[in-house]
Design a protein around this ligand. Structure first.
Ligand SMILES: [Zn+2]
Ligand SMILES: [Zn+2]
Length: 287
């Protein structure tokens, strides 16, 4: 029998106030035997909100780490998990919207901070500027309302103390919110946007579940030296030699695997078996 994973039977805290445990608990339980719990009271909005009332001061990874650390401080657990998302044009296909998610796991016993990232086009991220009582069925279908929530605000707010109406999941409520917001907008229009908070966005929950599975797969790999979870590819080494003249190219030559806990590093040949670069990619043969 295989020895149990080091996290089997352990508890970890997931820092969320938006129900992310619905997507994240099962992969960690089924894959590692790790029990993911959430703190009773945690305010992750202090690290920034999607609607911008509170700006995210730090980078995505730093923010996720800070959230996980807050969860660990509240519960006293030594393993913490958190995720952070951002939405916008797809980095490779800018005409479509993308959900960019990052998930971190901190293990203070082993001194490890692991992160995995995922970019998905499976998102309803969108917005519209509309007048009250105007036709918006096509938009509502596209953003998968009412299974997915919406947020309404004045398009051009006439005063600064207006607050967003969030978490709208009913048509009547939406129509009222649009009317109210338009009254407080100098152009008479409301700004309707998708609510990207996980508990109101099943599309995002699916992406988070996939990312949790990806992080679990990484954690299944144990360090050959110290047994810490999360042994994996940390970097690449460039300089794949030209197949004709041997000159190093900018193509990847080797992959560097390692363990963040004990510092072990292993240089491995490319996993696809490619050993030389094509002559057309060589700076000497094809400058
Ligand atoms: Zn060459
Ligand atoms: Zn190690």
């Amino acid at each position: 029998m295989r020895p149990a994973h080091p996290y089997a039977g352990r508890r970890a805290v997931l820092a969320t106030m938006h129900g992310k445990e619905a997507a994240i608990r099962a992969p960690f339980r089924d894959g590692l035997g790790l029990d993911v719990t959430t703190p009773d009271h945690i305010d992750t909005d202090v690290f920034g909100t999607f609607t911008g009332e509170i700006r995210r001061e730090k980078g995505i990874k730093e923010t996720a780490v800070a959230k996980a650390r807050l969860g660990m401080a509240l519960t006293g657990l030594s393993i913490g998990i958190a995720s952070e998302g951002s939405f916008g044009p797809h980095p490779e296909i800018p005409i479509i919207a993308a959900d960019m998610e990052l998930m971190v796991l901190i293990d203070d016993e082993r001194g490890v901070v692991l992160s995995e990232a995922l970019i998905s086009e499976e998102t309803n991220f969108a917005h519209i500027e509309i007048e009250p009582d105007s036709e918006m069925d096509a938009f509502l279908a596209r953003v998968k309302f009412p299974d997915h929530g919406l947020i309404v605000a004045p398009n051009m707010p006439t005063h600064s103390e207006w607050s967003f109406i969030k978490g709208i999941v009913e048509k009547a409520q939406l129509m009222e919110a649009v009317k109210a917001a338009a009254r407080h907008s100098s152009d008479g229009m409301a700004f309707v946007q998708t609510d990207m908070r996980a508990h109101l966005n099943p599309s995002r929950m699916c992406v988070l579940e996939k990312l949790a599975e990806q992080l679990v797969d990484r954690l299944k790999m144990l360090c050959p030296s110290c047994d810490a979870p999360g042994f994996g590819r940390l970097d690449v080494q460039r300089g794949l030699p030209c197949g004709y003249c041997g000159t190093p190219t900018r193509w990847v030559k080797a992959e560097i695997f390692g363990c963040e806990s004990c510092g072990l590093r292993e240089t491995r040949d490319r996993s696809d078996g490619v050993q030389v670069a094509k002559q057309e990619n060589c700076p000497a043969c094809n400058p």
